[in-house]
Design a protein around this ligand. Structure first.
Ligand code: GDP
Length: 667
């Protein structure tokens, strides 16, 4: 066994072969143990910690986190055979794919750990779906082959059935189910399957294979790597992390099969802030993934999203033993930047072109009220939440001063635990979260018009008329203008366009308005009287009035589910789903078991995982994913009062916008 010392780390990194890797798993499959062993074998830690004794590095990092030092755990770097692996922290619990997605965006490759005994579990499925949606190559690691009941062949078949038929076993097992379990060459039949699958994905090899020629092991490895990088194949390796079996092979596979993240370091700088940590010693630290170019300490970089320049004070990398200064960060790499006091998650630094996807992360589906344990902490809590929301815009913090209510949006119940902890440790505030409520949306029920002539009291002038039309589910908002720039000057047309998003935040039923087309059909400005802000005000009023004209329908978030369980409960499960207003495809029945797929509303299914587990005695498996918004049946959703002063309360609203009365909403 070759151990690479941490001293050689810097030297190795010069070669710039990088893997931004995530390890994902259902709780207890062995993610922590696999990580510990990889760090130990790479030489990044001197002794392999033990999760059962509480001596793992993750345990140590957990303690640090509690003390307000959180950066180190979010991306650990180590070297393996000349490859720099940045191990990125991914959530252990998955409520909905949205939460996973935000941390998975930054990965180039992932290892999915499964237990050889339990196989595919509830949380493995949304993880797999998210990796698929983001096009991230995956290696599957089947852990715990030493445990009684280990069934690698069964798990591989399950992976092929549930995830992808392109999963292929690349190493065999001996003494399966015993403490002495180890790796071995594949059996002839298994090897045949591997060769066939690899050949099918490489024209040159396929021709030779079909003609009965032999393929060299190196050729197979090479083609397997190409196919893995393209998500054409998913290598399945196995092992027993606890006994350090299969870990070296896993590291080799990570280095050999996954594509290199390094891209063009000569190109202009391009990076994305993928997380914000607040470190006790360093202050605000931005985790940045570089897509192109090269950043050095003291460089001034454009924050493209925020439209301002930022100066990089320090660049750090977490090399398990300590946080080290690296001075530069190049294309493909991940590092932590200090000195960007206002950076937010999702900010693009430099050139946006090389950044894949739009980083429009999925939205939180639940809204929850936060209440301080001590009423005297109300203002401090509001400030703390404002701070957290500035780091993570998805919290969508709203402070309703008149009602003395603080609200945030969350992805799932787990997040409230995390937030409670952060508020306690970082801000010293004890806070409680209320019952989460579903975040509804609304959409026009038909076509209609809304208009506003804001011409008094002078100086002001903005006349607008909009047509509102419903669009199909999932379309979002479209805006068009049929009005010439002679009627309304370009700068005011821009103001209108920029104000529409905010204007649709609260509709006439109190929720965000979506799936509609807005067309500016008429209007005018005034050479003397029009002022910046006038068209924003008029637009807010006109769009609200437009909604009164069209009336709106509530939309509710739907959750796609997949339930697998013993045959005898299928009747009970289908009855429950009907009760929850859910729908399902015909059940697939197999040897004593069933699989049922469909959709149900989030509102009726929030505690379904617990209910299903109780009903099935823990034998049923449930996988959930966000499945979009659908129309909520009449009378079932929740309508809210407008928070703050509604644009429909026209004169009061105009006073508010003119600064004559104080706002009651901030956030
Ligand atoms: P995580 O929740 O996915 O991070 O899983 P952990 O690494 O904490 O492991 C969960 C439990 O499984 C612990 O008790 C580990 O000791 C145990 N475990 C991990 N790997 C193996 C293995 O290869 N064989 C056996 N028998 N147990 C293992």
């Amino acid at each position: 066994m070759k151990v690479t010392g941490i001293e050689t780390f810097a030297v190795k990194m010069k070669e710039r072969r990088i893997r931004n890797l995530g390890i994902v798993a259902h709780v207890d499959a062995g993610k922590t143990t696999v990580t510990e062993q990889m760090l130990y074998l790479s030489g990044a830690t001197r002794a392999a910690g033990n999760v059962d004794k509480g001596t793992s590095l993750s345990d140590a990092l957990e303690v640090e986190k509690k003390r307000g030092i959180s950066v180190r755990a979010s991306a650990l770097s180590f070297a393996w055979k000349g490859v720099q692996v940045n191990l990125i922290d991914t959530p252990g619990h998955v409520d909905f794919s949205a939460e996973v997605e935000r941390s998975l965006r930054v990965l180039d490759c992932a290892v999915l750990v499964l237990s050889a005994v339990e196989g595919v579990q509830a949380q493995s499925e949304p993880l797999w779906d998210a990796l698929e949606a983001l096009g991230i190559p995956v290696i599957v690691f089947v852990n715990k082959i030493d445990r009684m009941g280990s069934d690698v062949a069964g798990v591989v078949a399950e992976v092929q059935r549930v995830f992808s038929k392109d999963a292929v076993l690349v190493n065999g097992v001996v003494e399966e189910g015993f403490d002495a379990a180890g790796l071995a060459a594949l059996e002839a039949e298994q090897y045949g399957e591997l060769v066939e699958k690899v050949a099918e994905r490489d024209d040159g090899l396929l021709e030779r294979y079909l003609e009965g020629g032999t393929l060299e092991p190196e050729e197979i490895e090479h083609a397997l790597a190409a196919a893995t990088g393209a998500r054409g194949l998913f290598p399945v390796l196995c092992g027993a992390a606890k006994n350090r079996v299969g870990i070296e092979e896993l590291l080799d596979a990570i280095a050999a099969y996954f594509p290199d993240a390094g891209t063009d370091a000569q190109a202009p700088v391009s990076g994305v802030v993928f997380r914000i940590d607040h470190d006790e010693r360093l202050g605000r630290v931005a985790g940045v993934r570089m897509y192109a170019g090269r950043l050095a300490t003291r460089d001034v970089v454009e924050n493209y999203t925020a439209g301002r320049e930022e100066k990089v004070a320090q660049i750090k990398r977490s090399a398990t033993a300590k946080l080290e200064d690296v001075g530069v960060l190049e294309a493909g790499d991940i590092g932590f930047l200090c000195g960007l006091p206002a950076a937010r998650i999702g900010d693009v630094l430099g050139d946006p072109a090389p950044v894949p996807g739009d980083y429009a992360l999925s939205e939180p589906l639940l809204s929850v009220q936060v209440v301080p344990a001590e009423e005297a902490d109300h203002a401090a809590l509001a400030k703390a939440l404002q701070q957290l929301a500035s780091e993570d815009p998805h919290l969508n913090f709203r402070w309703y001063a008149e009602e003395r209510e603080l609200h945030v949006k969350i992805m799932g119940a787990i997040q409230t635990e995390i937030l409670t902890e952060i508020l306690r440790t970082r801000f010293g505030i004890a806070a409680r979260f209320g019952e989460p409520t579903v975040v509804y949306k609304e959409t026009p029920a038909g076509e209609g018009y809304g208009e506003e002539s804001y011409t008094m009291p002078k100086p002001c002038w903005a006349i607008v008329k909009y047509r509102l039309e419903p669009l199909p589910r999932g379309s979002g908002v479209e805006y068009h203008s049929e009005v010439s720039v002679d009627q309304i000057k370009l700068k005011y047309q821009r103001e209108i366009e920029a104000s529409i998003g905010e204007a649709l935040k609260q509709g006439i039923k109190g929720w965000e308005v979506t799936d509609l087309k807005i067309t500016l059909v008429d209007g005018s400005d005034h050479v003397l009287h029009s002022r910046p802000g006038n068209f924003k005000l008029a637009t807010n009023i006109a769009l609200m009035q437009g909604q009164v004209a069209t009336d709106t329908k509530l939309l509710e978030p739907m959750i796609g589910y997949r339930i697998a369980g013993p045959e005898e409960i299928v009747g009970k499960v289908t009855a429950d789903i009907i009760e929850m207003r859910g729908i399902f495809e015909p059940a697939q029945m197999g040897a004593g078991s069933f699989v049922l797929e469909g959709r149900f509303p989030l509102a009726t299914s929030m505690d379904y995982a617990i209910r299903l587990s109780a009903m099935s005695g823990g034998k049923a498996k449930l996988a959930l994913r966000f499945a979009g918004y659908e129309e909520c049946p009449e009378g079932l959703g929740i309508e809210r009062e407008y928070r703050g002063i509604s644009p429909l309360d026209r004169s009061k609203y105009i006073l508010l916008m003119r600064g004559a009365i104080t706002p009651s909403v901030s956030g």
